[in-house]
Design a protein around this ligand. Structure first.
Ligand code: APR
Ligand code: PHB
Length: 397
């Protein structure tokens, strides 16, 4: 059996695992990553593309943001639309200049993977973790396999950054956590299209036919989403129908949605999910392994990176000072932000999705919220500061 020895064994080469590996390396701590899927598969996976200020600051500080700075799009406001009436929530005035950057998640993953490999560090693709053992001792092990050969990573700590379907959560003792979940009665149909964006900033829209979102990837590529029913199939959505629906739902007087060839289409269910314990002995969970937010607000990747920050703080304190305090507090520290993001993502989802008949009590509540954003600086500020992401200091209590 192939044996690899490192300080931190990382399962999963998504945003959480890769950022953790780089950050630990910066702190002089060794890490090895194993990834179930192939490099091509991971990098072709289309996900959201909204980076909070914190996330960009971290990637910059790690020297991993060259392409992100060149190709990402800074946004200083967002459009919110309700029944065809569009308003803009500006960020700068409400957030001391904090803003968001639009840059595809798979581009982040590509940049971090390239930099890790360029540094000569170990990342094994098509190497699924099969078991995590001895995490209640000082010598945990990750058993894996690659190309039919079995292997083991002997390490000081295991970081399960292995997403919602990963092994990390399944390995946590079942009695050590409670699970919280909401499944929404709708899904998102997402497209990528070869057409310049029709809006300079994102547009989130409530319409009596359902939610729609206009986002982008570049000056030539638009990213758009539609609320669809759970269980709908992509075959029910030919391109013309998608453009027609987007144009109606996002529509506002004096504005035109440009259409173009669609080259990616997928339907994703929406859920809010978390467990309230992220660790057992020397096993730690980060990112989607521990929590999922509905994509309205684009918090998923940012939350994964925030977990990593707290985990790095704890591990650095351990290796530098021999202190376990940061690690012991990891769950508690990370969950403060996770719950905030859960609340905001649920808020944005319920504000903009059609949940009941147009004109119903639920609709009136949504309408009242929208009207309040328009008239109250304080309410707009609340949305702006959550949307760009609260600074880490906001959770120091
Ligand atoms: N062994 C090795 N790798 C595994 C295993 C396993 N047993 N199980 C899962 N993985 C890998 C997956 O193939 C995936 O590449 O772990 C990785 C987890 O990555 P993500 O799902 O991207 O999760 P995370 O890094 O937490 O990033 C969170 O990703 O899911 C999106 O929208 C979400 O933006 C959020 C972000
Ligand atoms: C995206 O660009 O993919 C995106 C942006 C904002 C969201 C969700 C997804 O809220």
């Amino acid at each position: 059996m192939k044996t690899i020895r490192t300080q931190v064994g990382i399962i999963g080469a998504g945003p959480a695992g890769l950022t953790l590996a780089h950050w630990l390396r910066r702190q002089g701590i060794d890490a090895v990553i194993i990834e179930h899927r192939s490099r091509e598969y991971v990098q072709a996976r289309v996900r959201a593309g909204l980076l909070e200020q914190n996330t960009v600051d971290i990637l910059k500080a790690l020297g991993l943001a060259d392409r992100l700075i060149r190709e990402g799009h800074e946004h200083h406001g967002v459009y919110l639309s309700f029944d065809g009436e569009r308003i803009r929530v500006p960020f700068d005035a409400h957030t001391n200049g904090r803003h968001i950057t639009i840059y595809g998640q798979q581009e982040v993953v590509k940049d971090l993977t390239d930099a890790w490999q360029a540094a000569g560090e170990t990342l094994l693709f098509e190497a699924p973790a099969l078991a995590i053992e001895d995490f209640d001792t000082r010598h945990p092990k990750i058993y894996f396999e690659q190309a039919g050969e079995k292997g083991v990573i002997e390490c000081d700590f295991v970081a399960a950054c292995d997403g919602f379907h990963g092994l990390g959560r399944k390995t946590l003792p079942r009695h050590s956590y409670r699970e919280y979940a909401i499944t929404y009665p709708f899904s998102w149909l997402g497209i990528l299209a070869d057409v310049p964006p029709s809006s300079d900033e994102l547009v989130y829209a409530y319409h009596e036919r359902g939610f729609a979102l206009h986002s982008l990837r570049s000056a030539k590529v638009s990213r758009l989403y539609l609320q669809v029913e759970n269980g709908e199939s992509i075959d029910q959505w030919p391109d013309d129908r998608i453009w027609e629906e987007l144009s109606v739902r996002l529509g506002t007087p004096g504005w035109h949605l440009q259409s173009g060839p669609i080259f990616e289409k997928s339907i994703t269910p929406m859920r809010s999910f978390l467990i309230d314990n992220l660790q057992a002995g020397r096993l730690f969970l980060a990112g989607d392994a521990a929590h999922i937010v509905p994509p309205t607000g684009g918090k998923g990747l940012n939350l994964a990176i925030a977990d990593v920050k707290h985990l790095v703080d704890g591990l650095a304190d351990f290796y530098r000072n021999g202190s376990c305090t940061g690690l012991e507090l990891y769950t508690q520290t990370a969950l403060r932000r996770v719950w905030r993001a859960q609340e905001f993502s649920n808020f944005m989802t319920t504000l903009f999705h059609k949940q009941d008949e147009h004109g119903s009590f639920q609709y009136r509540l949504q309408r009242a919220r929208f009207d309040y954003i328009r008239t109250s600086e304080a309410y707009a500020a609340t949305i702006a500061e959550n949307y760009v992401g609260l600074p880490f200091s906001a959770f120091d209590h």
